[in-house]
Design a protein around this ligand. Sequence first.
Ligand SMILES: [Fe+2]
Ligand SMILES: [Fe+2]
Length: 232
Amino acid sequence: MSQTATLEVKTAAELAQQPEEYQTAVRKIVISHAVNELYGAQVFDEPAIQLAPTPYAKWLTCRVAMEEYHHHVRFRALADEIGVPAEMRDPTKKKPLSIFQFQLKTWPEFCVIKAIADYAEILQVEDLLHCSFHPLRTLARITMPEEKFHAKFGKDFCLELIQAGRGAEVQDAIDRYFPITPAFFGASQSKNNEIYRKWSLKQRTNDEMRADFLGRVTELVEKDFGLKLPKV
Ligand SMILES: [Fe+2]
Ligand SMILES: [Fe+2]
């Protein structure tokens, strides 16, 4: 077992005692979550309330948007606690991830985004469940059931559309959205990921997570939806 495998950093004060490489790695993870939870809520979840077709769908979409904003609020509070400068967790200054570079226009698109992108988010959060920095571990444990709800929300509403004879719209949204998702997991030879694993902040390589994601999305789209996953 490597020396860092048993590393446990329980508080922000303890973080300040760690090597610079560890502190920088923790900050990068916290910043990424703070920025992307906010940006996703702004470009997808909040606008989707208008697109939701029924009062019931609007209510559930409000809940999703509320939870995504809350994820940002929690990660932002942690960012502040560990001394991240405000401009570093501002999506207008720090570039959000490519999965958000999609012009959301329709309800089926939103359902596909939740079913696919929030599953990708589940994998990321899952990887933090045993993180050596305890405040991140705690946040992962709190947000996990909510991310699972978002992915299930997407799946259930996609199935509802398919059963209502609107499978072609779901397929069209998958064809246009899915190809941008594998890049979400980062480069194969990522230096950051190597450092995260070295310090037990994360457990898996980007390629391991991507392979897990592709397997799960293939099952969702081809088995559960009876549709086709485009080749990427
Ligand atoms: Fe989230
Ligand atoms: Fe989510």
